[in-house]
Design a protein around this ligand. Sequence first.
Ligand code: SAM
Ligand code: DTB
Ligand code: SF4
Length: 334
Amino acid sequence: MQTSLSTTTTLTPTRAASPTPRWTPAAVSELLALPFNDLLFRAQQAHRQHFDPNAMQISTLLSIKTGGCPEDCGYCSQSAHHDSGVAGEPLLTLDRVTDAARAAKVAGATRFCMGAAWRGPKQRDLDAVLPMIRAVKEMGLETCVTLGMLREGQAEQLKQAGLDYYNHNLDTAREFYGSVIGTRGYDDRLDTLRKVREAGVNVCCGGIVGMGETRDQRAALIAELANLDPAPESVPINDLVPVKGTPLGDAQPLDWTEIVRTIAAARITMPASTVRLSAGRLEMSEAEQALCFHAGANSIFYGDRLLTTGNPGASSDLALLDKLGMRIEGGKRG
Ligand code: SAM
Ligand code: DTB
Ligand code: SF4
């Protein structure tokens, strides 16, 4: 049985029947409530036990199929339920994808992530994506795709094609999920994550902050992620990019300290996972990003576009890493 950590002062995970440390939402809330400097100190200690604190993993994203998605995710520019003005685009050709992957490699990326606005791939969709994975892998890049929910047997086909990571986010706390997404449930996400794990593909799973959730709900998301067994190899933390025309288009920005705190909590609870400071960096100052790196973020998306929104350009990211004395590193665990 899992013991609540809310009354302990050590703020360490409980070891119960499972050999995996378990984090309760209350324990993560306690972390988030620590004085800022104490929290960052804890995060730095955890980071240095598992990673070179001056190394940054970089991944480049490409939207291989844009818009027209049947899901109703309240944050997403690509949902057919919202009028965001994003131009839909059918699945890119293999040549378009390999050209983009080659350019990402030349620019210095070590992983190439391909995203599709699907509820999940049909077999004919997968048949078109598998050669893309094979071709990107052959270039010597790590491969990642995010295609939505998977059916039985699909994760195995992806693995066979050479897929290194599957991105599938829990996005927010279970209790807040229904306020943001109505067309699927939390257990659907967990089911796909299980399929990915069982096929032997690395799991990339994180969430979004700044959607109007409470701090306790951010804690509950982090606890869900940390309690996946094993924890995801890669944990993207996205700060909401508000897109006009979506239900969250006018969301109030989250205070930067809460973003840094969330990163620190992810680092402490998932010490061996790569934590990616994902969407939202264009709206952050260099100093805020540097604090996120200090709190344990050791990966970023690299290149001037995410899927449909902007990202700092490669040259400004390289300049920032240079100022911080950080270097690019191929992903070790995620
Ligand atoms: N359709 C697939 C899915 O939902 O898993 C893959 C693509 S979806 C765009 C990938 C992730 O992007 C979402 O899970 C969400 O975390 C993130 N995302 C989408 N729109 C965002 C936004 N406006 N701001 C921040 N993150 C966003
Ligand atoms: C993830 O967690 N963040 C990326 C990636 N996985 C696919 C996507 C961010 C999307 C931001 C909004 C957009 O550009 O459409
Ligand atoms: Fe579709 Fe993914 Fe966007 Fe949701 S987040 S609307 S599933 S593309």
